[in-house]
Design a protein around this ligand. Structure first.
Ligand code: KG4
Ligand code: ZN
Length: 318
């Protein structure tokens, strides 16, 4: 099966998403965002999220198949996010995927959401040279990985507290900019004064590469009264580790990869040090099912299929 038809399903947080891939070609990529629903609460409310996934999942899958012009009967496999994420949300996608796999008698492929983000870059840029260092920065996660080759992944660092996107969202909430905060802060920052507030990125006292973003909130609280705060993403660390581990490329994925300043700075720093830099396009940066289908495609090729006992794992690691 050279170019299998894979349906991907993603419901780990607040996007209900389905996509169809033929081989590596994205035939459709449908994302129904719940941002409007959670906005008035200033963040994702898990119970509301799962209820809305349940209401929309059928229509989203249907639309993905129709846009791809692929009948359900043609599918070669169904890939679904089984973690990490909100358990009630994950279960909705999982049940939908199991139903399709069972009825159509096709392989079920359980996918780690973080592997999806990581591979979203490779899906778009098939020529990424390895070893590659990848930064995944999203609303729920901020981690650094080393891929010695296309198949292996080793985690180098992660956040000790908040994720970078969470920091954007919390800061925006604090100063009343709405939800999700990342895009708003990004837009406003373009016309802001970068030097308005002095800044030094947090460093781990034990010299580890881990990230920490919870200090943002306190710092904003403190500075809000004295007006504003600017904090930069610790980009240097990514380049340092790329040099240390002999990487040839630096990859950027996850919702926060949409951030214009982060993209520009990583590209600049990587370029200066002679690394190739690949940032996922905004269309595949935020949660989507194309990246899930892509991981599923690779699993199918290796025969790593799941059975109907596949369960959601909210704390699944990569
Ligand atoms: O990858 P994603 O859709 O969900 C998770 O897996 O968590 O990422 C969503 C996060 C949110 O926190 C949102 O504020 C942030 O990505 N985000 C941004 C930008 N666009 C989205 N953060 C900074 N700048 C942006 N332009
Ligand atoms: Zn995500």
């Amino acid at each position: 099966m050279d170019n299998p038809l894979i349906l991907g399903i993603e419901t780990s947080c607040d996007e209900t998403a389905a996509a169809v891939l033929r081989g590596r070609a994205i035939l459709s990529n449908v994302i129904a965002s719940q941002a409007e629903i959670h906005r008035e609460h200033g963040g994702v409310v898990p119970e509301l999220a799962s209820r809305h996934h349940l209401e929309r999942i059928d229509a989203v899958i249907d639309l993905a198949l129709r846009r791809a012009q692929v009948p359900l009967t043609d599918l070669d496999g169904v890939a679904v996010t089984c973690g990490p994420g909100l358990v009630g949300s994950l279960l909705v996608g999982l049940q939908a995927a199991k139903a399709i796999a069972y009825v159509r008698r096709i392989p079920l492929l359980g996918v780690n959401h973080l592997e999806g983000h990581l591979r979203s870059v490779f899906l778009e840029h098939p020529g990424v040279p390895f070893p590659a260092v990848s930064l995944i920065a999203s609303g729920g996660h901020t981690s650094l990985y080393l891929s010695p080759d296309e198949d292996r992944v080793v985690r180098l660092a992660r956040t000790r507290d908040d994720a970078s996107g969470e920091a954007f969202d919390k800061v925006a909430k604090l100063v009343g900019l709405g939800y999700p905060g990342g895009p708003v802060v990004d837009r406003l920052a373009r016309s802001g004064n970068r030097k308005a507030v002095p800044f030094s990125p947090p460093r781990m006292s034990d010299g580890s590469l881990d990230f920490s973003f919870s200090g943002f909130k306190t710092a904003v609280l403190r500075h809000a009264k004295a007006r504003g705060l600017v904090r930069r993403f610790p980009v240097k660390r990514v380049v340092t580790v790329a040099r240390r581990d002999g990487a040839r490329s630096i990859c950027l994925s996850g919702g926060v990869a949409c951030n214009s300043l982060l993209r520009a700075r990583v590209a600049e720093e990587a370029g200066q040090e002679g690394f190739e830099c690949y940032a996922v396009s905004p269309a595949l940066a935020c949660d989507n099912a194309a990246m899930i289908a892509e991981v599923g495609r690779r699993k199918l090729r290796r025969g790593e299929t799941a059975d109907l006992t596949l369960n959601a794992d909210p704390a699944l690691e990569l």
